[in-house]
Structure formats: structure tokens, C-alpha cells
Design a protein around this ligand. Structure first.
Ligand SMILES: [Zn+2]
Length: 172
């Protein structure tokens, strides 16, 4: 079931998420709905606060779609209570969008690599190292869990572009 997506300005998008303590059936249903919402909206990642849920849950699900024609294809990765163990000093800049900031792209600097600890849907502790576009998606979604969006990384209007213009000129 697809859920309603919070748009920029909603208080939930500015509120730090709360840790998940119970890995019960309801969490699985919620994660399935979160995944449906992401697919419906042509996203490559989503975080629970974006659907008005305060829990520290995010999904990375990179796949080429109409909003990200060049995205790498991967199995969806569900992360509960993620924390950053380390992050590379080396960075890259790319245009990113957000389902909660419709119609815009922002030129955002992100680390090339990030090492993350998290719990899977069954409550088992996991670790993973992410790089490139997938690391970017993680860092973007992680921002949502600390009450931020890419707009918090913008220091100049040169870093903002209409999504329609980006798709016309920058998507390969
Ligand atoms: Zn977002």
C-alpha cells in the first residue's frame, strides 16, 4: 500500500527519528508499504519520516527509472537504526532530488564511501560498506533520520535546478 509523502515544510521532516526497539510483524508491514511508496513515486531511496512515521527506518533501492535514468540496479536494502561507522574524506558532487522536495535538484557534495552499521528487518545486526551513488542515497536518506534534507546542504542558488531542466540536460 502506497503511503502519503510528506512535503518540505512538514514538521516530521525536521524531527530526528526515534530508534526501533520492536521488530514485530507491524514493522514488516510498514516496510512493505514504504517500499511500495518508493516504487510508486519512482524514488531510489526513502526514509520513514517521509511518510509521517518517526522511526529510524530507511530503504535504498537504486534502479533506473524516469527520475533517475542512470541509477545502478540493486536489490532493495532495508536499514533499521542505521549509524555511520566511518565516512571517506574523498567526496564527489552530483545533482540529487528528493520525493519530499518535488520538482528540484540540488548539487550536493557527499563522501565517496561510507561504512554503516544497522539492523535488518529481523533485528539482526549488520554492517556494510557503500560507495558511489549508493553511498549518496544512504547519506541522503540518513539526513532524513536526523531531521534534515538536501536543502540543509545548500549555500548558493547555483546549487539548485528545476528537475525538468536536469532531466533534459544532465541525465545521460
Ligand atoms: Zn529525500
Amino acid at each position: 500500500m502506497s503511503l502519503k509523502i510528506a512535503q518540505v515544510g512538514e514538521a516530521i521532516l525536521q524531527t530526528p527519528a526515534i530508534q526501533v526497539t520492536e521488530f514485530h510483524a507491524e514493522l514488516k508491514t510498514f516496510v512493505a508499504d514504504l517500499k511500495d511508496t518508493l516504487v510508486q513515486a519512482s524514488g531510489v531511496g526513502i526514509a520513514a519520516p517521509q511518510v509521517f512515521d518517526p522511526r529510524a527506518v530507511l530503504i535504498i533501492a537504486s534502479k533506473p527509472n524516469k527520475r533517475y535514468p542512470d541509477a545502478p540496479d540493486m536489490e532493495p536494502l532495508v536499514m533499521i537504526n542505521p549509524s555511520i561507522l566511518s565516512q571517506s574524506e574523498t567526496t564527489n558532487q552530483a545533482w540529487e532530488g528528493c520525493l519530499s522536495v518535488p520538482g528540484l535538484r540540488g548539487l550536493i557534495t557527499r563522501s565517496n564511501q561510507v561504512e554503516v552499521a544497522y539492523y535488518d528487518i529481523d533485528g539482526n545486526p549488520q554492517r556494510i560498506e557503500l560507495s558511489g551513488f549508493v553511498a549518496r542515497i544512504f547519506l541522503h536518506e540518513y539526513d532524513h533520520l536526523i531531521g534534515q534534507t538536501w536543502l540543509d546542504h545548500i549555500s548558493s542558488s547555483n546549487q539548485v535546478m528545476a528537475e525538468s531542466l536536469w532531466l533534459q540536460n544532465y541525465a545521460k
